[in-house]
Design a protein around this ligand. Structure first.
Ligand SMILES: Cc1cc2nc3c(=O)[nH]c(=O)nc-3n(C[C@H](O)[C@H](O)[C@H](O)COP(=O)(O)OP(=O)(O)OC[C@H]3O[C@@H](n4cnc5c(N)ncnc54)[C@H](O)[C@@H]3O)c2cc1C
Length: 398
């Protein structure tokens, strides 16, 4: 993999072969660019990140020609039963894919065209400028490229080395847990995919997602609690008991269950890179902006970065000499990218307020939201298809 690195000269060097870097390399490689993709891990470690692909993400993967690869590696489900306070709220009828993150990255790496050079090693240094960039990989050598794409996730080292700061918009914005479940006294859960919303603002629980992934039943619990909260300690010590106490309707909705492995926990800061308009280097995915796991938007954001960068901006940048900061700035000013970045931050604020804000305005908002959802569900059951027809009428231009 590493022999002759010094001799290598590329159009684009991508640092980080997580989800963002790998998909970007595939899109650029398929378009015929000379791409080198570098990561310190030969296999992505079993770290806790996105485990459910759904909503707009499905269409984005399809547009990038990668949905079949996701579907093949993942567990598909087409309905989620939504529960609040022990009662059916409504059902989400749409295709979703459950998949552990390391499996998702592996599936995406398997799609890399053979023209993309994949190098394993730690990038220790970057020398960037308006013409060519130098990427130093461990003791293996240096590759040179016209453009560096930094897709290093939440890691801070390379970004700081370039002098790019990170603004923490909300420290410890959310706390997310992941664990495996299995039914007790039944061969399978009656409802393969279920969302149970939190009961009270004081519990700090947005929702618990239960869905098939990784050959088992996976649970993601999205909370807005401090990691030092005694509830967190109690939950990690006795997760089944504390979960059943905090969500009393869960056992009825799901059936009896046990938690079969350790509980993973992730404390998320919301942060955005600042001063990013630099010669020769561009940031995508979590390296540019992190997201709130409860909002479920990290993958939508990184796929938007990839679509706009790889299909629109890079072809324009490479069509003329140089890789100045002015060129790079066009990506960060891209209206579609900016709209998505803003949407992700707004949704993060919304989910947190909807879950824990006890002001009269947010109490009312909660009540209106859940009452509306229940009513729409009832209407849909009384007159199947009516809600969809009304929605399509509303969506039609005047
Ligand atoms: C707990 C949790 C739950 C989430 N749930 C959801 C969800 O439900 N829906 C959703 O849409 N999003 C969710 N997200 C967000 C989503 O997982 C991330 O947005 C996404 O994984 C970011 O991918 P990335 O490629 O930018 O970064 P990463 O996947 O972190 O990849 C970064 C890569 O860079 C490599 N790297 C770093 N530094 C170097 C170096 N110096 N040299 C070489 N390689 C390097 C690393 O090895 C790694 O492979 C969740 C996140 C978390 C933490």
């Amino acid at each position: 993999m590493t022999a002759g690195l010094q001799a290598e000269d590329y159009d684009i060097a991508i640092v980080g072969a997580g989800l963002s870097g790998t998909i970007a390399a595939t899109v650029l490689g398929r378009a015929g660019y000379r791409v080198v993709l570098i990561d310190r891990h030969e296999a992505f470690p079993p770290e806790f990140r996105v485990e459910k692909i759904g909503g707009d993400q499905v269409e984005k993967f399809r547009r990038l020609g990668l949905l079949d690869a996701v579907a093949e590696a993942a567990m598909r489900f087409d309905e989620i039963v939504n529960i609040r306070r022990g009662r059916l709220l409504d059902r989400t009828r749409a295709t979703h894919y459950g998949i552990l993150y390391d499996e998702l990255v592996r599936a995406m790496r398997a799609e890399l065209p053979s023209s993309v050079r994949l190098v394993f090693g730690q990038v220790g240094d970057l020398a960037t400028g308006p013409e060519r960039q130098q990427v130093t990989i461990g003791k293996q050598g240096v590759v040179s490229a016209r453009l560096v794409v930094l897709a290093t996730g939440m890691g801070d080292v390379l970004r700081s080395r370039l002098g790019i700061e990170r603004e923490v918009i909300h420290a410890r914005q959310s706390l997310t847990f992941g664990f495996n479940l299995q039914p007790v006294g039944a061969p399978a859960f009656a409802r393969p995919a279920l969302t149970h919303y939190g009961e009270r603002p004081a519990d700090g629980i947005d929702y618990l997602n239960i869905f098939p992934a990784g050959g088992t039943t996976r649970a993601n619990l999205f909370t807005f609690r401090e990691h030092t909260d005694p509830w967190v300690k109690a939950f990690r010590q006795a997760p089944r008991r504390v979960l059943a106490e905090t969500l009393p309707g869960l056992l009825d909705a799901l059936g009896d269950f046990e938690i079969t492995d350790r509980v993973q926990m992730w404390l998320q800061d919301l942060a955005v890179a600042r001063g990013v308009e630099r010669d020769g280097v561009v940031l995508i995915g979590d390296a540019f902006q992190t997201s709130c796991p409860a909002a479920g938007t990290g993958v939508s954001r990184l796929l938007t970065d990839i679509e706009r960068l790889c299909l629109v901006h890079i072809p324009q940048w490479l069509a003329s000499p140089g890789m100045s900061a002015e060129k790079i700035a066009r990506f960060y000013a891209d209206p579609q990218k900016r709209a998505m970045d803003d949407h992700v931050l707004a949704l993060a604020r919304y989910r947190r307020n909807l879950t824990i804000d006890t002001s009269p305005a947010w109490r009312l908002q909660r009540q209106v939201l859940y009452t509306r959802r229940r009513l729409i569900d009832r209407l849909d059951r009384v007159s199947p298809g009516l809600v969809a027809r009304l929605r399509s009428l509303k969506a039609r231009p005047a």
